[in-house]
Structures are given as structure tokens and as C-alpha cells.
Design a protein around this ligand. Structure first.
Ligand code: 0RQ
Length: 504
């Protein structure tokens, strides 16, 4: 048995994943760990999926409601979705099988601001939480738990659940101990107090989770890597987007709005976010900080080079190579990284106070700056809005980034009207595509439209957008935000009908 389980009572509860999964009953609500592919339970979800499939084969109904921190992996979201065992999923996913089930109408999905989920569960909107399944990297002698590579909503799930199943994963570095900051000061209104972080490097909590050992029904030992995706070198569009951003930062420093160390950075996941970090490493900026959700490869590189002096997040989202590098050198990052609960890493109060520069991906934006981050052609879920709304609404500057066209040019990512709104025009300050950067601050809707067409639209769609805009200016019933209502979503319909948004 692993030396990582130091509590005698909990050592006695070590069992197989199959035995542990037997504690999870049909029709219950389960809170699992996991955030952008890190720190999710590696064994119990698979065993549960097998149990569910066997029940279905016997003609029995077996489905659960599933809450996490954010996305997990094919061994968890994928396997549970495949088994047909998920009735309801919150707050975020990015797994192809789960996505297909959601879009086929077989799984109810509630796409939620990542800082909001814990409080809504505390408030009882989802009913009681029956079981928490949480990966940790060790159990201490006094029963406190050392978190693993993500903190997410684990504190709340451990507090709220009637029963707890722990997975102790010896693949996670033992050196993670001391890296986390778990805040136990949250309360529901009217008892809420200010969250006293005034610098991204502030620690206000403790490095361990509390959990009543009497609630722990099972401990499962694992030795399995996180879902570390291969690193993709940045493509041309991502590099161009990153270059526009770094040039803009220089401009803002010159204008006196950002200081030489800019303001704390938040950057989403994916290629563009990595490219932004790579451009910053090449730039003259040094000693920056990040107050963000996930630490990607690009951030580790930026920490190594001194471009970033520290980063605060709730999880890692690393490639296999970067995860190996990190695990072999955790000690060297200990004073530069903090992983917090997601209600704190994404806290709107802190995002506003610290003055974050929030950079997030999007699917499409419209002429007036409304942004769709989630819905393909207005009806199909891609991933979810994740933390983008937590950061964008309260940011000092909120940036949304995308290539100007998708699907080989058949989709324009700048459209007359977005087919779904995640971020309203009021929360979007700057749009960036490989074509250029549109600074929308201080502009009225009609001024924004001119700028977005000129700076961000793909050349293949610029005339088409200008034509729509010109006609809307003449024919719209109101001239504050001119639209041709019968035509505003026709680009999406044309794509669905013909496979391209281009006019014949
Ligand atoms: O599909 O791979 O089938 O071709 O959408 O597009 O360009 O690879 O972009 O991986 O950066 O994801 C918004 C989804 C962008 C992401 C989104 C198609 C395109 C491709 C993906 P294919 P790309 P990315 C912090 C913040 C919300 C969560 C968030 C996201 C696929 O950034 O999920 O911000 N954001 N979290 O072809 C139809 C369009 C399209 C389109 C692209 N306009 N219409 N399809 N695609 N544009 C992190 C967390 O919260 C965890």
C-alpha cells in the first residue's frame, strides 16, 4: 500500500475501483474532481461506467447527475457518456462523446460560469450531493488531503457530499504539497466577507482540504497520468493574433494605461493562448503576473524565462512533455505557482480589483461586438463558456480572439448577428483576429461596426459585411444598432443549407 495514505482509519478503507463504484447509486448527484484534463479521478468513473452499462444491459435505469470543476477526459466524461449514464452535466465539458450526447438531446447540460457552480450547489438548486469522487495526491496523518493537479470545486464537493470516495494518485508529484491555497472563508449572503487578495501572489487559505474521515467510504489507489494533450506548435494565425496583442500592450504602456509590468494576465486554453505567451517571452516584458484559470505549457515557459514572475490558477493543462518537466522540477516552481479553488481563481471581485487583462477564445463575434463562445450555428454546444465570463465582465480589458474564418474559409467568424450570445457588447473591449485588432473601447455601436469590418473581418467577407451594414443603415427600423432582422442570421442558415457563408 502506498505510503501516501498516512491516516490509519483511511488506510483500512482502501479497496478496488469496482468496490468503490458500488457506493454510487442510480438517480444520485455526484461531484467529481477534474479541471481541463487534470486532477480527475482515473479509476472510479471507468468502473462506474462499467457498472452502469451492466445495469442497462439488464434493462435497469441507471443515470447520475454529474458536476465537476471543468472538462475531464475520455476515461471520465467519455466513458460515462458512452455508458448512457449521465442525466445532467455541469459546468463544462470538451469531450467528443459527451458533446455528441448533449447535442443529440440525450444529456441535459447546464453551461455555467465556473466561479458560480459551487455557490449554486450550496444554494440547493441541484438538490443534495450524494457522493464526491476526488483525486488527491496524498492523505496526511490527521486526515487532511493534499490536492493534486487541480483544485477546482473539490473543497465544496468534499464539504457537501454525504459520502466521499478518494483516489490517491501516486503519479502526481509528492512535491505538490504546499503549492495549493484552499480558502475556507466563503459564505453565502448575507454573511459574505471581502476576499482579501490584493496581489496575485497573496495566499489566504491553507494547503490542504479538510474532510471528515467518517464520510469517506472508500479509498482507491491509482498511478495514472492526467489527460495531457500533445503540444501543437503555434500556427500562423495564432502567431499573428499574439503579435497584434503584444503590439497593443506596448501601445497601452505608452498611453499610460498599463505599467511596464502590464496588469495580471488571464489567458484561456489552446493554441492561441500558448502563442500569446510565446510572443511575450520574445518581447521586452518581464516580471509579469498571471491571475488565471489554467497553467498551460506557454505559462511554464514564461515562468522559466522570467517573463512571468508568478501565476495563480486553479489547475494545470499541460502537454505530456511539459507535465513530465513540471513533475521533475516542482520544487523550482513552488514559490511561483498557486492553485486555488475555482470560486477564488475566477472570483469577479478579484478580477475587478486586480484589473485583469482577460484573453479568451471565441467562435464568432458580430458587427457590434457581441460574442459567441459556445454554440456552433446557434444550436450545437461546443464546450461551454468556462471561465471566460467570470473574467471578461470584470476585466480591466477584455480581449476575444479568433481566426477570422473557420472551416477552410466557409465560415466567417465575424457575422452580422451572432447566433448565440455568451458575452454581450458591454463586456467586450477588444476583438483580435489574424487580420488585426479592433479596439472597441469608447465606441458607439455604429462606430464599432466600422472598426470590426476594417480590422478583423476576413478579406473574403469584408464586402459582404459592408454591404449588410450599409443596407442596415438605410433600412433598419432603428438606427442605434442597425439590423435587417430578416437577414441577420441568414449567413448561418446559408452555411447549413449550402456548406458556406459566402454569397453565390
Ligand atoms: O472545429 O476542429 O472541427 O475544425 O470550432 O476552433 O479555431 O480550433 O479554436 O480550439 O481555440 O477553440 C471558442 C471553442 C475556440 C474555445 C473555442 C470550429 C473550428 C474547430 C475549434 P474543427 P479552433 P480553439 C478559459 C476560458 C470557451 C471557454 C473559454 C472555447 C473548432 O476557446 O471553448 O473561453 N472557449 N474558457 O473549425 C462554427 C464558427 C467557428 C467554428 C471555429 N464561427 N462557427 N465552428 N469553429 N469558429 C478556459 C476554461 O474555461 C477551461
Amino acid at each position: 500500500m502506498s505510503s501516501r495514505i498516512q491516516h490509519a482509519g483511511l488506510r483500512a478503507k482502501v479497496m478496488s475501483a469496482q468496490e468503490a463504484a458500488a457506493f454510487i447509486r442510480p438517480g444520485t448527484t455526484v461531484g467529481m474532481s477534474g479541471f481541463t484534463g487534470s486532477g480527475y479521478p482515473k479509476a472510479v468513473p471507468l468502473a462506474l461506467a462499467e457498472r452502469i452499462s451492466a445495469a442497462h444491459a439488464r434493462g435497469e435505469d441507471f443515470r447520475i447527475d454529474l458536476h465537476t470543476g471543468a472538462s475531464t477526459s475520455s476515461e471520465m466524461d467519455g466513458a460515462l457518456a458512452e455508458s448512457g449514464g449521465v442525466a445532467l452535466r455541469t459546468p463544462f465539458q470538451s469531450d467528443p462523446t459527451m458533446r455528441a450526447k448533449i447535442n443529440a438531446g440525450e444529456v441535459e447540460y447546464i453551461d455555467t460560469h465556473l466561479s458560480h457552480l459551487a455557490q449554486t450547489v450550496w444554494n440547493g438548486f441541484y438538490g443534495p450531493m450524494h457522493t464526491a469522487v476526488v483525486e488527491v495526491s496524498a492523505i496526511r496523518e490527521d486526515g487532511t488531503l493534499v490536492p493534486s493537479s487541480s483544485v477546482g470545486n473539490n473543497k465544496s464537493w468534499l464539504d457537501l457530499a454525504d459520502e466521499v470516495i478518494l483516489e490517491v494518485n501516486s503519479w502526481q508529484s509528492e512535491e505538490l504539497e504546499g503549492l495549493h491555497d484552499v480558502y475556507y472563508g466563503t459564505a453565502l449572503p448575507p454573511h459574505r466577507q471581502p476576499v482579501m487578495i490584493t496581489d496575485p501572489a497573496d495566499r489566504i487559505g491553507q494547503p490542504y482540504f479538510e474532510c471528515d474521515p467518517a464520510k469517506v467510504v472508500a479509498v482507491v489507489e491509482t498511478h495514472a497520468p492526467d489527460r495531457n494533450s500533445p503540444f501543437k506548435p503555434a500556427d500562423e494565425d495564432s502567431i499573428a493574433i499574439a503579435q497584434h496583442l503584444v503590439e497593443f500592450f506596448e501601445h497601452e504602456v505608452a498611453a499610460g494605461r498599463y505599467d511596464e509590468r502590464l496588469l495580471p494576465l488571464q489567458s484561456g486554453v489552446g493554441n492561441i493562448a500558448n502563442a500569446v505567451m510565446a510572443e511575450l517571452v520574445k518581447s521586452r516584458f518581464r516580471g509579469l503576473t498571471a491571475f488565471t484559470e489554467v497553467v498551460q505549457d506557454g505559462m511554464l515557459d514564461a515562468l522559466d524565462s522570467g517573463t512571468l514572475s508568478m501565476a495563480s490558477a486553479t489547475a494545470f493543462s499541460l502537454s505530456t512533455e511539459a507535465a513530465e518537466r513540471f513533475n521533475a522540477n516542482v520544487a523550482q516552481y513552488k514559490d511561483k505557482l498557486i492553485l486555488r479553488t475555482q470560486e477564488i481563481s475566477n472570483h469577479p471581485e478579484l478580477v475587478r480589483r486586480l484589473g485583469i487583462l482577460a484573453m479568451n477564445g471565441m467562435l464568432e463575434a458580430d458587427l457590434y461586438g457581441n460574442v459567441n463562445s459556445t454554440h456552433l450555428m446557434g444550436t450545437k454546444m461546443m464546450n461551454g463558456l468556462g471561465g471566460s465570463g467570470d473574467f471578461a465582465r470584470n476585466a480591466f480589458t477584455s480581449f476575444f480572439l479568433t481566426p477570422s474564418a473557420a472551416k477552410g474559409g466557409d465560415i466567417s467568424c465575424i457575422v452580422p448577428m451572432v447566433s448565440h450570445v455568451d458575452h454581450t457588447e458591454h463586456d467586450v473591449h477588444v476583438l483580435v483576429t489574424e487580420q488585426g485588432l479592433a479596439d472597441l473601447r469608447g465606441l458607439s455601436p455604429k462606430q464599432r461596426a466600422r472598426k470590426i469590418i476594417a480590422k478583423c473581418a476576413h478579406p473574403d467577407y469584408r464586402d459582404q459585411l459592408q454591404d449588410y451594414s450599409d443596407r442596415a443603415l438605410k433600412e433598419s427600423s432603428g438606427l442605434h444598432t442597425p439590423h435587417l432582422l430578416g437577414e441577420a442570421l441568414s449567413w448561418h442558415q446559408r452555411y447549413l443549407d449550402t456548406g458556406s457563408m459566402k454569397q453565390a
